[in-house]
Ligand binder design. Structure first.
Ligand SMILES: Cc1cc2nc3c(=O)[nH]c(=O)nc-3n(C[C@H](O)[C@H](O)[C@H](O)COP(=O)(O)OP(=O)(O)OC[C@H]3O[C@@H](n4cnc5c(N)ncnc54)[C@H](O)[C@@H]3O)c2cc1C
Length: 353
């Protein structure tokens, strides 16, 4: 593909991807401007949790150690620059669904497995007394959440102040606007129609979260029984998430609210939450790909100035900083291309031209 190191980059999107891309450009001294049209963002809904373990099969997440370390480093730089707290370390208590799962967790926590460094066994008398765990529970100590909404809001304010932000829409048919040498597409699901032109299917994964206020003492750890309950402090908890492929708009459903409340109550010995405790109920569309890996880098020889950086799926906080590194490394010619696992060529329908 034709290649030119860009002098000025247009970043499209004001969500987590666009925001981290702007910080990445700043870190590397690349001039940029950020445009967003204010359409609904998954990042405004995200709980921002990070967790290095996939609970379904008790395995480490993709490249968990490296990506977690880089996320911690980048968010710490941004926190210092903005003078705010974004990163919150909150261990996760995973309630075991049955005896077989409990046995597998215990065996892997003991040692000798790739997930061992990320999980711990949890003696029953260490569990918070509110937790209902008939088969026991395990702990993921290096977990927590990032305040994504605060990050995007404060970053936008800074870019506005620096004259680097515009409320502006962009799509592929606008081309590379005058004054820019490259466009980095961080439009989340907003990029789906343009990527489809190149045989790249970006899927919309609908998800909902609720926030509740309760007087119950539920401890300071996130509790996961497939649904998670994340303590925010002062009696507030965020509860999520749902996952659906059949809804294409970020609409909230009463059915989901009831499901999340029911699940959160099941995790406690004294079920206490009522619909009247819910203080917010939000929905968003996660930009996702068939193999749960993002789409990064150049997608077309004819549009050599166009660089994708989307498809961050359910784990934007954990993978985002590394995805920005890979995108920028390839765009700036530090690497010859993005790694195969995030390359558009892994789509069998990819057209290249
Ligand atoms: C319910 C829910 C819970 C989640 N929980 C977590 C979690 O706990 N941890 C985690 O890591 N991730 C979580 N996620 C996933 C996370 O939200 C995403 O990985 C991440 O936010 C995606 O960021 P993005 O910037 O790619 O997309 P978005 O946040 O959707 O941002 C897209 C941006 O592009 C702008 N835009 C769109 N079209 C245009 C256009 N034509 N012109 C200009 N601008 C445009 C939009 O206005 C927006 O600013 C959750 C998501 C949901 C829905």
């Amino acid at each position: 593909m034709e290649f030119r190191v860009p002098r000025k980059v247009l970043i499209v999107g004001g969500g987590l991807a666009g925001t981290l891309m702007a910080w990445g450009c700043q870190e590397r001294g690349v001039d940029f401007e950020q445009w967003s049209n204010g359409s609904p963002a998954a990042s405004d809904v995200a709980a921002g949790m990070f967790n290095p373990v996939s609970f379904r099969r008790i395995l480490p997440q993709w490249d968990a150690a490296n990506q977690s370390a880089r996320a911690r480093e980048v968010f710490s730089i941004v926190e210092k620059a903005l003078g705010i707290d974004l990163w919150h370390d909150v261990p996760i208590i995973r309630i075991f669904p049955d005896a077989q799962y409990a046995a597998l967790w215990t065996e892997r926590a003991r040692g000798g497995h790739e997930v061992t460094p990320f999980i711990e066994s949890m003696p029953a008398d260490f569990l918070h007394p509110s937790i209902n765990a008939p088969y026991g529970a395990g702990m993921v100590p290096d977990a927590g959440w990032v305040n994504v909404r605060l990050l995007t809001e404060k970053s936008r304010a800074l870019q506005l102040q620096n004259g680097k932000w515009k409320n502006h829409s962009w799509s592929m048919r606008d081309g590379c606007p005058p004054g820019f040498d490259a466009v980095v597409d961080c439009r989340g699901v907003g990029a789906a129609a343009d990527l489809a032109q190149f045989g790249l299917e970006l899927r919309r994964n609908h998800g909902e979260v609720i926030t509740v206020q309760t007087a119950m003492d539920w401890g300071a750890q996130t509790v996961n029984n497939v649904t998670w309950t994340l303590p925010l402090g002062n009696g507030a908890f965020r509860i999520g998430s749902t996952y659906r492929w059949d809804i294409e708009e970020p609409v909230v459903l009463e059915k989901s609210l009831n499901h999340l409340l029911r699940q959160a109550n099941l995790a406690r010995i004294k079920p206490a939450l009522l619909a009247s405790d819910v203080t917010s109920h939000l929905a968003g569309l996660r930009p996702s790909c068939f193999d749960r890996r993002p789409i990064l880098g150049r997608v077309s020889t004819q549009h050599h100035w166009y660089v994708a950086c989307t498809g961050w799926g359910t784990r934007g906080v954990s993978i985002g900083p590394t995805m920005v590194d890979w995108t920028l490394d390839a765009m700036l010619g530090i690497t010859s291309d993005v790694p195969d696992e995030v390359h558009p060529k892994r789509f069998r329908t990819f057209t290249k031209n």
